[in-house]
Design a protein around this ligand. Structure first.
Ligand SMILES: C[S@@+](CC[C@H](N)C(=O)[O-])C[C@H]1O[C@@H](n2cnc3c(N)ncnc32)[C@H](O)[C@@H]1O
Length: 217
């Protein structure tokens, strides 16, 4: 990955915690109280933002975790047993294509997968096989991946949702700033947003034990 693209040196394992602002465009597309698994949890930043909006992390792993609540595990080893009780994955996968593509292929077969990827990725030849399974693209715009820097990343980013079976893709462009402000307080308020049609409901019985909200400090 060239960045999340910038002139800064690349960070090991593509560890770029997701800032809170990048989560806002996704909120209208999540069922209230969504029970999700974070398969590349990093330091738990994305988990905290989602839980602040009423969603529940029922499992979190990372190949090189940066928080004690996140289990050290390669997401490529997750199985159907590990995801019982969750409706979907929500994450920000590494953008490095040789890492991204196997993770996409594996995870979408276990649960619907929401992840952030650069917007241009959808237009590359490499994305073709994966885009058959992409049901939604929700535009985020530029993201400031490195806190404290004055410049945003060089790529626009989007939330992408992948399914286990081929599907048409619905594209949702940038939300107006006023909509983003209101979604912070009322996640279902953005015009045109729909709750997930694919939500599945189970009791949680995952062997992974995140509890990120309780222990993140
Ligand atoms: C872009 S960071 C995102 C961190 C976190 N999801 C967030 O948004 O705040 C990508 C994370 O993926 C992790 N990672 C890379 N390959 C992985 C794999 N095969 N299995 C699990 N985690 C992986 C890295 O260690 C890193 O923490």
């Amino acid at each position: 990955m060239m960045g999340k693209r910038s002139n800064y040196p690349r960070i090991s394992k593509d560890f770029y915690p997701t800032p809170a602002k990048a989560v806002l465009p996704l909120l209208p597309f999540l069922r209230p109280g969504t029970r999700f698994i974070e398969p590349c949890g990093g330091d738990g930043a994305l988990i905290s933002h989602l839980e602040a909006h009423g969603h529940t992390c029922v499992g979190a792993v990372d190949i090189e975790p940066r928080h004690r609540s996140i289990v050290a595990r390669d997401a490529l080893t997750l199985t159907t047993t590990d995801v019982v009780g969750a409706e979907c994955f929500i994450t920000n996968l590494p953008w490095s294509r040789p890492v991204l593509h196997p993770l996409l292929a594996h995870l979408k077969g276990l649960l619907p997968l929401w992840t952030i990827i650069d917007s241009n990725w959808a237009h590359t030849i490499q994305a073709g096989p994966h885009m058959h399974y992409c049901s939604q693209v929700v535009s985020i715009g530029r993201v400031r991946w490195i806190p404290g820097t004055s410049s945003d990343g060089k790529d626009d980013a989007s939330w992408y949702r992948f399914e286990a079976v081929p599907t048409e893709t619905i594209f949702k462009g940038r939300a107006a700033l006023s909509d983003l402000r209101s979604v912070e307080h009322n996640p279902t308020s953005v015009p045109g947003a729909t709750a997930s049609r694919h939500a599945r409901h189970h009791q949680y019985s995952s062997p992974m034990t995140p509890k990120a909200k309780e222990t993140k400090g």
